[in-house]
Ligand binder design. Structure first.
Ligand code: AMP
Ligand code: MG
Length: 507
């Protein structure tokens, strides 16, 4: 195991794609570039607060380097940069966005794969627009804990290595209502094969810059998609299908565990089909497909839980448009969109079959699943607890599942028992419990759990963060010693609390 300073850095993104000639500098448009070199801003008093041992082991890193992981100390071979990208935000083309508060330090060859280390919150870049390039402790804790939890749930995601507080306060207006407050600043170091997004292609495609678009495409495919090539229409189509497939599968996983991303703008869609940019995300507690945690989206609820698969298709369509100028017959890209839809449907069918303990999915199951979806919404029902308790049922009686209901007296018992009987018959009284227990987690990062960790950390107590970090490494294990504290429905205090049911993009 070595120190950060002894790592050998690769800088393929910088050497293989066109960039900016100026280092750092003011916020500005950077035409024809994929990146700008930047100097991270040193933190006045960096303190290492959270550390992912497994991630460090994978990178062959010793626990050290709070100063480097807060961005202030360049080490040999490191060539930090911010990526340029664009994006559709809430359905509208927003032009150039880019890494406004993210800085990539470089790539590390772990021997197994090449991974990038990126800091979130280490200061301004040419893409910071009107904002400060900083991140606050609460949102950094949310990203650290949730990306690690998602990884252990088996959901494709970027990962977190460390969380460092900077010793500097940052001004934020949490609910955009004019109430500005100083909050502690922090930097999360996060890890992924790359941070290339749909929007990375869009910025060149929509600006009509085919030369840069082509070089980004070639860089991406040659470094990150070893089984693909993009020399002609057939190859581009096949590669785009790989992107569509991983995106569809990622979203099916979100639906399985009740995760709501909250800001599925095309700049927040990873080309690798990884969950990226943890902002105002949330977890379904009562099963309500219309729910979104993001108050910025409360009118149209574009990014609500139940809309995520369709938004995935919309985003894939924008991505396909952005590379269409590189095709001789761009209309063939429609095939990729259809492929996204059929891949999602297949993943979704398999997901429901696994959640309900069927050996496989059959056409007739669609009705049973649709009836279940209606029933789960009749009265307030906890998604995670319902599916977890269902794994243990030995007789089809809804009263065995009453722990999942917020108000036990309001359970529509007759309707439920009809459904339970049909389900029991379908599984022939032998649900595949082993698969169910691996599909229906017992512990997820409920909104109020993250909030309790944040409340403690803001008083310099990181023990709740540590406890949740450890608990969520084994989300499918019973861990009975933690039941009383964490295997619980949303407490009343969290129903309408900012940070639990309401979150904004302000981070
Ligand atoms: P997000 O909604 O987090 O995906 O961010 C959308 C865009 O705003 C991206 O280009 C971010 O880099 C940028 N951004 C968000 N917060 C900040 C900040 N505090 N400072 C600079 N840029 C930011
Ligand atoms: Mg983003």
């Amino acid at each position: 195991m070595g120190q950060l300073s002894s790592l050998k850095w690769l800088n393929r993104f910088l050497s293989e794609t066109p960039g900016d000639s100026q280092v750092s500098g003011p916020p500005r448009q950077v035409p024809n570039a994929c990146w700008s070199r930047v100097l991270p801003t040193p933190a006045p008093d960096p303190k290492l607060r959270l550390w992912s041992e497994e991630m460090a082991e994978q990178l062959n890193l010793e626990k050290s380097g709070a100063d480097v992981l807060a961005g202030g100390v360049p080490v040999e071979g490191m060539d930090a940069y911010a990526q340029r990208y664009g994006g559709h935000q809430f359905g509208n083309w927003a032009g150039q966005l880019g890494d406004g508060r993210a800085i990539t330090l470089g790539e590390i060859d772990t021997g197994m794969e090449v991974l990038e280390i990126q800091l979130k919150g280490a200061g301004k870049t040419p893409y910071s627009r009107f904002a400060d390039g900083k991140a606050v402790l609460r949102s950094s804790i949310r990203e650290f804990l949730c990306s690690e939890a998602m990884y252990h749930l088996g959901v494709p995601t970027t990962r977190a290595l460390a969380l460092v507080t900077t010793g500097e306060d940052v001004m934020r207006d949490v609910m955009y209502d004019g109430n500005r407050e100083l909050e502690p600043g922090a930097v999360v170091s996060r890890i992924a094969p790359s941070f290339i997004r749909f929007g990375s292609f869009q910025i060149h495609g929509l600006m009509g810059d085919n030369v840069t678009l082509k070089s980004l495409l070639e860089h991406t495919v040659s470094n990150h998609f070893p089984n693909s090539d993009v020399k002609n229409d057939d190859e581009i189509l096949e590669w785009a299908k790989v992107v569509a497939k991983s995106t569809a599968e990622m979203i099916a996983h979100w639906m399985r565990v009740g995760f709501v991303h909250g800001v599925m703008n095309t700049d927040n869609m990873s080309i690798h089909g990884l969950t990226i940019d943890y902002g105002p995300y949330g977890w379904l507690e009562d099963y309500n497909p219309g729910w979104t945690p993001n108050t910025t989206d409360s009118t149209h609820r574009r990014y609500r839980y139940g809309n995520q698969p369709q938004i995935g298709a919309w985003n894939i369509a924008r991505f396909l448009e952005s590379i269409s100028s590189l095709m001789d017959e761009p209309e063939r890209l429609r095939e990729v969109l259809e492929f996204y839809i059929s891949t999602y449907e297949k993943s979704n069918d398999e997901m429901w079959a696994a959640k309900l303990g069927f050996s496989d999915f059959q056409e007739a199951d669609a009705e049973l699943i649709s009836e279940l979806n209606i029933l789960l919404q009749k009265v307030e029902t906890d998604m995670t607890i319902f599916f977890r308790e269902l794994c243990h049922i030995d007789n089809p009686d809804i009263s065995k599942l009453k722990f999942a209901f917020y108000d036990e007296d309001s359970i529509p018992t007759e309707e439920w028992n009809l459904w339970m009987a049909k389900w029991w018959q379908r599984v022939q009284a032998k649900p595949n419990r082993e698969v169910m227990l691996k599909t229906n987690p017992k512990y997820v990062l409920r909104n109020w759990m993250a909030q309790l960790a944040i409340d403690a950390a803001e008083k310099e107590d990181y023990s709740v963060c540590e406890e949740l970090h450890n608990l969520l490494k084994f989300p499918y294990e019973e861990q009975t010693e933690f039941e009383e504290e964490w295997y619980q429905k949303r407490p009343e205090w969290a129903r309408n609390r900012v940070g639990c049911s309401m979150l904004s993009c302000s981070s």
